[in-house]
Design a protein around this ligand. Sequence first.
Ligand SMILES: Nc1ncnc2c1ncn2[C@@H]1O[C@H](COP(=O)(O)OP(=O)(O)OP(=O)(O)O)[C@@H](O)[C@H]1O
Length: 295
Amino acid sequence: MTDDPVIEATGLGVRYARRRGWALRDCSFRLPAHSVCALVGPNGAGKSTLLALAAGLLRPTEGTIGAPPREETAYVGQDKPLYPQLTVDETLRMGRELNPGRWDAQSAERIVGEGGLDGSARIRSLSGGQRTRVALALALGKRPSLLLLDEPMADLDPLARHRLMGALMADAADHGTSVVMSSHIVAELENVCDHLLLVDGGRIRLSGPVDDIVAAHRLVTGPAAAVDDLASHTVVESRTSGRLLTALARPHGPLDAGTWQTAHPSLEELLLAHLRSPGAPALTIGPRTAEAVRA
Ligand SMILES: Nc1ncnc2c1ncn2[C@@H]1O[C@H](COP(=O)(O)OP(=O)(O)OP(=O)(O)O)[C@@H](O)[C@H]1O
């Protein structure tokens, strides 16, 4: 991974209409080139808006976003528009004609072929999951430097999802493609994404390399009576049950091992704690330098 950003946003804000609130506000982040980024957040958080901005389909109301040009970007939105009257083969031919000089027929055909799709089948006769596969084949065939996926796997069965995710990630790794993928299925993202953006209420809550964000947090368990010990640390969420206190915290120094038991949270535990605590301070960790990655 290099430190060059594929997307760089500064003070980004979007308001769809003057009388509506902000869909995104004050969003600043850098996404390193060749990274695979999970974009997570609750319904209405602003994920699709952020992806549309990165795809150049929407202009910011305020702030700036730098991203590759449209011809180098592939975007698969939730609605996946395809021509229902075309066959699968005709759809891929159209992809080739629309992307002269950069169409990667092999990648596109592999994605379609792995789904066992009949090239002569009309798009309108395909299931939702099969259409998703064709939309992803078109996106990869474009050989983008940036692939933007808005809940790409939502209508695929678990096995197809697992396989298609594997194929997508292998293709992205082979070609150094940067990927930003929104999903509500955190388990699906945990093993494939190296970068995280958590958006909530239109604001960036967490941004940075997944490993660094997880490493910055601890699940802390100890006596509720010792709660004042945690005052010098950032407590994202805490609960007491009888005399026991459990917290997700970002320690700013050692915690007394005689008082507190600590463990690293899973990505899912970490995200859920942040989503349950919208007032917790945001955390941005800059992309690691090449030296830090090698260390
Ligand atoms: N075209 C639009 N016109 C007006 N408001 C919009 C439009 N698109 C999105 N919004 C509003 O912007 C906010 C963010 O929506 P967005 O679709 O980006 O969220 P999301 O995180 O992708 O949600 P979901 O997980 O449900 O897909 C919401 O309040 C939504 O109502």
